[in-house]
Design a protein around this ligand. Structure first.
Ligand code: PA5
Length: 473
C-alpha cells in the first residue's frame, strides 16, 4: 500500500469535554493540569522500553515473527483447508478480533478461492460440547492445529491439546500427526517448548518480553491470521504508523495518552465503567479483545509502591445498533458511572439499499431508497448526540474503513493507552497476579502433583448450604 493511499484513524474526544456535556465533562485545563503526570509516565515508559520490558512497542518493526509466520502459513496451507487454534485469553482474543474484522463474516463457509485462505476455528474454552462438535465436523485429513500458550502450561490449552493431538494421531498415525501441529510458545521455557523439541513439532516463538494480551502482533496472531489470508503486513504497517504517534511525549499529539488520561480522570470522578461500542459487526470482537486488555492490565490490588489500591475500571462491550435496544437506556439514564467509546466506520466495505416498497406507509416510506450504512451511521450519530445532551461523556474512534492498516492502528493505540493508563494509576499493567490463585486451586482439584494441600481449601468453600432448590412439580 502506498503512503498516499493509507487512511488514518481519528480519536474524537470533544464529547468528553465540559462545553459539550456540562459539569460532568473535563476542561482542557483539567487535562493540562496533568502535564507533570503525563511527563512522568512518558519517562517511565521510555525507560521500560529501553530496558526491553515493553516488547510489544517494538513489534511493528520486527520482521522475524512476520517472516516465520508467513513461511509456516504457506507450508501448512499447501496441505490443509482448516486451521484449528487452541489457546485462551491473550492467546486467542486478538486472533478472533482481527479475523472477524478483516475476513468476511461467513469466512469459513465460502469456497477457498473466495476465502483467500484456510478456514479458521479458534477454540478458547474447554466446554466439552463445543470441542466434541468441532472434532466431529472437522476432517483430520484436512486440518492443521496451532496450539498457543506463552507459558506453555495453561491447563485449558493443554487439555484441548491432549484431546486434539490424540484425535490427529488416531486418524493419521503419529508421524503424520506431528507434521500437522504448530506450537506457538516461549522460545526456551515451558512444557510446550519441551514437547515441541521432544516430538519434533514445528514451532514459532512468542518473544519473552511480550505479554499474552499484548501479543496479537507476534506469531500468536500473525500465524493463524496469515493462514486465514489476512493481510498481516498491512496490520503491522498500521501498527508501525501508530507507534510513531503513541511514542510522542506531547499529550495533544498522542492519541494513546489522550485516551488513557481522559479515562483515568473520569475514573477518579467515579466513572468506573468503560463501554466500548462498535457500530460495526466487523469490529465487534475488537471490543472483546479490548475488554481483556483493559481489565487484566488495570484491575489491580497493589500499587507499584506495594500499597493496597483495589483499582481498575470495568470494561463493558456493547454493539451498535443491537444494544441500543438492550443497554442504551441504562447508559442514558442509569448511574453516571460510564464513559462510552464508540468505534465508527465511515465507509462500509459493502452496502445494502432498501427498495422503496410501501411508499404509502409513513413508517416504511422514509427508509425506501436509503442504505443500511446510512441508517447505521445515523443511529450512531443520534445515540452519541442523545448521550451528549444528557451529560454522558463519550468518545469516538473513527475509521475510514475496516482494513488491515487501520485495524493495526486501532490495536496499537489501545495497547499503548493501556500501558499509559496503568502508569497514571500507579500499577503494573503487565502482570495478572489475581488469576493465579484460581489456577492453582484448579491444579489442586484436578490432581496435579504438588498442589494437594490446596484441595482442602476448595473443599471448605464448597459447602452447598444454605441453598434454595426448585421443588419438583
Ligand atoms: O494476557 C495474559 O497474559 C493472559 O490472558 C494469557 O494470555 C492467558 O492466561 C493464556 O496464557 P498462556 O498464553 O500462557 O497460555
Amino acid at each position: 500500500m502506498s503512503e498516499s493511499s493509507v487512511q488514518t484513524v481519528t480519536l474524537h474526544y470533544a464529547n468528553a469535554l465540559a462545553d459539550r456535556v456540562g459539569p460532568a465533562g473535563l476542561t482542557p485545563a483539567d487535562l493540562e493540569a496533568q502535564a507533570g503526570a503525563v511527563a512522568r509516565v512518558h519517562r517511565d515508559i521510555n525507560e521500560r522500553r529501553t530496558a526491553g520490558d515493553l516488547g510489544f512497542y517494538e513489534l511493528p518493526h520486527r520482521t522475524d515473527g512476520l517472516e516465520a509466520s508467513q513461511a509456516m502459513a504457506r507450508q501448512v496451507g499447501e496441505s490443509c483447508e482448516n486451521l484449528l487454534v487452541l489457546g485462551i485469553g491473550g492467546s486467542a482474543l486478538g486472533t478472533l478480533a482481527v479475523h472477524r474484522a478483516l475476513c468476511p463474516a461467513l469466512h469459513n463457509l465460502w469456497p477457498r478461492r473466495r476465502r483467500g485462505g484456510m478456514r479458521l476455528f479458534v477454540c478458547d474454552n474447554v466446554d466439552p460440547e463445543t470441542i466434541a462438535e468441532l472434532l466431529e465436523w472437522l476432517d483430520p485429513n484436512e486440518t492443521a492445529v496451532n496450539v498457543i500458550s506463552k507459558s506453555g502450561g495453561t491447563a485449558e490449552t493443554l487439555a484441548q491439546f491432549l484431546r486434539v493431538y490424540g484425535w490427529l494421531r488416531d486418524a493419521l498415525g503419529p508421524d503424520a500427526a506431528r507434521r500437522r501441529v504448530v506450537v506457538t510458545t516461549d522460545p526456551d521455557k515451558g512444557f510446550l517448548r519441551r514437547l515441541a523439541r521432544q516430538e519434533g513439532l514445528p514451532a514459532l516463538d512468542v518473544p519473552p518480553n511480550v505479554g499474552g494480551r499484548f501479543s496479537v502482533l507476534t506469531p500468536v496472531g500473525l500465524f493463524p491470521l496469515a493462514c486465514a489470508g489476512v493481510d498481516v503486513e498491512g496490520l503491522l504497517a498500521g501498527a508501525a504508523h501508530m507507534e510513531s504517534h503513541v511514542s510522542r511525549p506531547d499529550l495533544w499529539e498522542n492519541p494513546a495518552y489522550l485516551f488513557g488520561l481522559i479515562h483515568v480522570l473520569f475514573y477518579r470522578r467515579g466513572r468506573n465503567v468503560n463501554v466500548m461500542m462498535p457500530y460495526s459487526d466487523a469490529l465487534r470482537d475488537v471490543a472483546d479483545w479490548f475488554r481483556q486488555l483493559w481489565a487484566e492490565s488495570l484491575g489491580k490490588r497493589y500499587a507499584l509502591d506495594g500499597g493496597e489500591v483495589f483499582v481498575g475500571p470495568t470494561p463493558v462491550k456493547a454493539l451498535g445498533t443491537t444494544d441500543q435496544h438492550s443497554q442504551v437506556q441504562l447508559y442514558m439514564e442509569g448511574p453516571p458511572d460510564k464513559v462510552i467509546t464508540f468505534l465508527e466506520v465511515a465507509h462500509p466495505r459493502r452496502e445494502v439499499r432498501c427498495p422503496p416498497l410501501f411508499p404509502e406507509a409513513e413508517e416504511a416510506a422514509y427508509l425506501g431508497g436509503k442504505t443500511l450504512g446510512e441508517l447505521l451511521g445515523a443511529e450512531k450519530r443520534a445515540t452519541e448526540a442523545a448521550l451528549t445532551e444528557n451529560g454522558r461523556p463519550n468518545l469516538t474512534l473513527a475509521l475510514d474503513r475496516v482494513d488491515a492498516h487501520q485495524v493495526g492502528q486501532v490495536l496499537f493505540l489501545l495497547e499503548a493507552a493501556t500501558v499509559f493508563a496503568g502508569g497514571l494509576l500507579g500499577i503494573n499493567p503487565l502482570d495478572q497476579p489475581g488469576v493465579e490463585l484460581g489456577k492453582r486451586l484448579t491444579f489442586a482439584l484436578m490432581g496435579r502433583p504438588g498442589y494437594g494441600d490446596l484441595a482442602g481449601r476448595v473443599g471448605e468453600l464448597s459447602d452447598p448450604d444454605p441453598r434454595w432448590r426448585c421443588p419438583r412439580p
